[in-house]
Structure formats: structure tokens, C-alpha cells
Write a protein that binds this ligand. Structure first.
Ligand SMILES: CC(=O)SCCNC(=O)CCNC(=O)[C@H](O)C(C)(C)COP(=O)(O)OP(=O)(O)OC[C@H]1O[C@@H](n2cnc3c(N)ncnc32)[C@H](O)[C@@H]1OP(=O)(O)O
Ligand SMILES: O=C(O)CCC(=O)C(=O)O
Length: 381
């Protein structure tokens, strides 16, 4: 049992906010409702569901999501501006993320303000939200490039003004997991009274690793999106985070993992961003075996080459006949189409399977296997 398993961990999924911010992606209200219902049914703890400041249409979708009465907490994204928070309240929302730029580069060259302004605006916006009884997460945009002592100061202000948690954002996806763990650990040690969320982007392909590193550093909330959708290279993927916590860290976050493939397909379709066949955890072919040594091992015991059974995430196993097949794999492929083979027959077929696969540059389909089997029978006649 991993030592971390005693620590509570909550998944805050932002497919409907950061996921939809993927350039060119739009979810209809119907799609947002379908995605939210499925995420809720599988046990995701919190859904960041949109940005009320965007306008009437977005607010009407958020209201419809509120009306669903889901078990998951619904939270909206807001700039540290009172009208943004008022727009959230008008949707019936009871939890808000109040976002502030916290790195000097963004404070100076994006919002054209000062650290003092950020501190003051935090007090003002947070004070307003708390006076309206809202659950508040303070979002530290670009926290990974911010001065750590300034972050600590902001977190102290946030805690003293009643914030419920602080979101540490690696907005540009620049951290390595070791640095992520160190930074989050320093902040959770400095301000232990405030829950921390880790929000990791995937610009260097490290989002999932960084999400887990943030958790190891003391974060109790992990921000995810289905399929890792999100700004630029995306966010830490829900399916990767949940399964990595389960398999690599021994932590069950209470999410029904058997529904991961289905939610992945739903979001893939709604976002018009197909899921690559080799996508970690949920790709259609991540439980496909062709290579002789691997297939033989899997047929004897799937645990030889599968980190968890495919059914655990709603997928199934495929044994494929192709260029790298061995005898035992070929016997299995023929067995699956109702043709029992002896080892000698499989050995004879192996060279033909290899050549055919090289010719078509891919795996053999049942009709190809039947045709090759006929050539074998003819040769024997
Ligand atoms: C890292 C992230 O993913 S943060 C989430 C970002 N998501 C989005 O931007 C998607 C939705 N956004 C929108 O619909 C629009 O940008 C809106 C409604 C939020 C704002 O629209 P506009 O008022 O037209 O402003 P515009 O988008 O051009 O510029 C952003 C403004 O917000 C300000 N701003 C940015 N972040 C913050 C913040 N955390 N707190 C306060 N103000 C902020 C900027 O300084 C800029 O204001 P300025 O024009 O006075 O300099
Ligand atoms: O400020 C926040 O709460 C989140 C912003 C965000 O999505 C990011 O910084 O990547």
C-alpha cells in the first residue's frame, strides 16, 4: 500500500471550461449537459463548467447544468472582478474560481498592474464572494513562473479572507515533476490551512506527471480534462490521472473507471478531436497485441504485458495477426474465427502472414486469414 493512500484526493474536472478553450472547440449546451451527467455518474467530484462573464448563452447553459442537481460540485471560472462573480451568482452557482495573474510577467505585461493591485483585488473579489456565501477557489494563473514568496503572501491573504482553496497553475506547462513537487510542498507547508489544487498543462508532455507530483507535494485537488483537452497542448488527462493514481500510487479516488472509455469517446466526438488509437489508457488499440513474444505472454497470463485489464477502463483486448506475429498468436487469431490450427500449420502460415502484412502495411483481417488458410489447404492437397 502506498503511503499516500491515506491522503484524500479530489478530481476537479475542467473539460467544460479549459477543455472547451482548446482553439476551435465548441460544445453545444446539449453536449455540455451529456458530458456533465456522465462525469457526475462516474463519480467525478467537481466540474468547472464555464465562464458566466462570456455572455447570455454561456450563462443559460450554466443555469441548465445547475438545474440538473448533480452530486458533483459545479464551479465557474471568473476574473478577479465583481461583475464576473455577479454573473456566476446569477446562474445559481455556489462555487467560484477567482483567477488572478500572479507572475510578474503577466502582472506587468498582460494586465498592466502591480503586485499591490493583485493583493488588493484578491481581498476585494474574495471578500465579495464570501459575503455572498460562495465556496471560493483562488486561481493563481501562471503560478509556476511566480515568485514563491509572493505566492505565499497571496495564499495567506486568501486564507485569512476565507478562501477554500488555492489553485496552483502551471499555465504554460513549463515545470518538471520534481520542481512541481518542491513548489507545491513549499506552499502547502507555508499555508497549511488552505487546500491546494494542481492545474497542469501539457506543453512539454508532462501534465499528468506534474499533476501527480503536485499531489505528492501536498495538493488535495487535481485538475483534469477528458482526453487531456485544453489550451494548446492541453491539460492533465482525467483518464491518465485516475488510472495512474490507482495503478502507480495505489489510490482509488472513487471514480468508476469502467466508464473512462465511454466518456473519452463522447468528448472526442463533441470536441471533434478524435482520440488517437494509442492514447494512454483509453485509446482503442492500447490493448492490442501483435508481437509474438508479447502475444504469447498475454495468452498465458494477461498480466505479463497489461498494466490492468482492459475491462477496467471499458475497453477490450485484441490479438492481431501481422508482421511481428509468432506461432501462438497466429493459432489464437485463427481460433477466434473458428479455424483450429495445429502448431505445425501455424508455423507454415507464419511466413505468409508476415509477407501479407508487409504487403498491405498493416494487420490481417479475418478474410485475409481465411484466404491464407485456403492456400495452405490447397498446397497440402
Ligand atoms: C489561463 C486561462 O485559461 S484563463 C481563462 C481564459 N478564458 C477565456 O479567455 C475564455 C473566455 N473569455 C472571454 O469570453 C473574454 O476574454 C472575457 C469575457 C473574459 C473578457 O472579454 P473582454 O472584456 O472583451 O476582454 P479581452 O478578452 O479582450 O481581454 C481580457 C481582459 O481581462 C483582463 N484580465 C485578464 N485576466 C484577469 C484577471 N485574472 N483579473 C482581472 N482582469 C483580468 C485583461 O487585462 C483584459 O482587460 P483589459 O482589456 O482592460 O486589459
Ligand atoms: O486561474 C485559474 O484558475 C485557471 C487558469 C488556467 O486555466 C491556467 O492558468 O492554465
Amino acid at each position: 500500500m502506498n503511503v499516500l493512500s491515506a491522503k484524500p484526493v479530489f478530481i476537479g474536472d475542467t473539460t467544460l471550461r479549459d477543455g472547451e478553450q482548446t482553439a476551435g472547440v465548441v460544445f453545444s449546451a446539449k453536449e455540455k449537459i451529456a458530458i456533465a451527467k456522465k462525469l457526475d455518474a462516474m463519480g467525478v467530484h467537481e466540474l468547472e463548467c464555464g465562464i458566466p462573464a462570456m455572455g447570455k448563452e454561456e450563462r443559460s447553459t450554466i443555469r441548465a447544468l445547475v438545474d440538473l442537481g448533480l452530486s458533483a460540485r459545479l464551479i465557474t471560472w471568473n476574473r478577479a472582478l465583481i461583475p464576473d462573480i455577479e454573473a456566476s451568482i446569477s446562474c445559481g452557482i455556489t462555487a467560484v474560481d477567482i483567477s488572478l495573474c500572479v507572475s510578474d510577467i503577466m502582472i506587468e505585461s498582460k494586465i498592466n498592474k502591480s503586485r499591490e493591485w493583485v493583493k488588493e483585488q484578491l481581498r476585494r473579489a474574495l471578500g465579495f464572494a464570501k459575503s455572498r456565501g460562495l465556496y471560493v477557489c483562488v486561481g493563481g494563473e501562471d503560478a509556476s513562473r511566480a515568485d514563491l514568496s509572493f505566492l505565499g503572501e497571496l495564499m495567506q491573504i486568501a486564507a485569512a479572507s476565507g478562501a477554500d482553496r488555492f489553485r496552483f497553475c502551471d499555465t504554460l506547462g513549463i515545470l518538471d515533476p520534481f520542481t512541481m513537487q518542491e513548489k507545491v510542498a513549499a506552499l502547502t507547508a507555508a499555508v497549511p490551512q488552505l487546500d491546494v489544487e494542481v492545474h497542469a498543462h501539457n506543453d512539454l508532455g508532462l501534465a499528468t506527471a506534474n499533476a501527480l507530483a503536485g499531489f505528492r507535494g501536498g495538493a488535495s485537488y487535481i485538475s483534469t480534462t477528458v482526453n487531456g483537452l485544453g489550451e494548446r497542448a492541453g491539460n492533465a488527462a482525467l483518464e491518465e490521472v485516475v488510472m495512474a493514481l490507482k495503478v502507480a500510487c495505489g489510490i482509488d479516488v472513487g471514480i468508476d473507471t469502467r466508464r473512462l472509455a465511454a466518456i473519452s469517446r463522447l468528448v472526442g466526438k463533441a470536441s471533434n478531436r478524435g482520440v488517437p488509437a494509442w492514447k494512454a489508457v483509453v485509446g482503442e488499440r492500447v490493448f492490442s497485441h501483435e508481437s509474438g513474444v508479447h502475444t504469447d505472454g498475454v495468452l498465458k497470463n494477461p498480466a505479463n504485458y497489461e498494466v490492468f485489464p482492459p475491462e477496467e477502463v471499458g475497453l477490450s483486448r485484441h490479438i492481431v495477426a501481422g508482421k511481428h506475429s509468432g506461432t501462438n498468436g497466429i493459432v489464437e487469431c485463427y481460433r477466434q474465427i473458428g479455424i483450429p490450427l495445429s502448431i505445425e500449420e501455424a508455423q507454415k502460415l507464419m511466413a505468409r502472414v508476415r509477407s501479407a502484412s508487409q504487403l498491405i502495411k498493416g494487420p490481417l483481417q479475418p478474410q485475409d486469414l481465411i484466404r491464407l488458410h485456403e492456400t495452405l489447404t490447397l498446397a497440402a492437397a
